[in-house]
Write a protein that binds this ligand. Structure first.
Ligand code: SF4
Length: 92
């Protein structure tokens, strides 16, 4: 088992998550296996993965080292969110 688990799902007209044909329904990083090589950051075509300064990790259970999509997602910077909001208003 590797450091990243990705389970893909198909986009559909009823449930479009991303512009492509498929999206990562499950995306988890096992931080106990991560060696901070940066390959995931290099491989991502849309710069969605960015390694940060956190590297001294400790916790009370192994499960807490499984970083899910929800845990990995950062809120959008305010200026980017404002642009997206204005685009969605323009398209209505
Ligand atoms: S930095 Fe390297 S080891 Fe860590 S999750 Fe990305 S590809 Fe895996």
């Amino acid at each position: 088992m590797g450091c990243i688990l990705v389970i893909a799902a198909e986009n559909s007209d009823e449930n479009r998550v991303s512009p492509g044909e498929r999206y990562a329904k499950t995306y988890e990083i096992n931080m106990l296996r991560c060696i901070f090589c940066g390959y995931c950051e290099d491989a991502c075509p849309v710069q969605a993965i960015v390694l940060g300064p956190e590297y001294e990790l400790s916790d009370t259970s192994r499960e807490k080292f499984i970083y899910t999509k929800e845990k990995l997602l950062e809120p959008l910077p305010p200026d980017v969110q404002a642009r997206l909001d204005s685009k969605s208003k323009d398209s209505k």
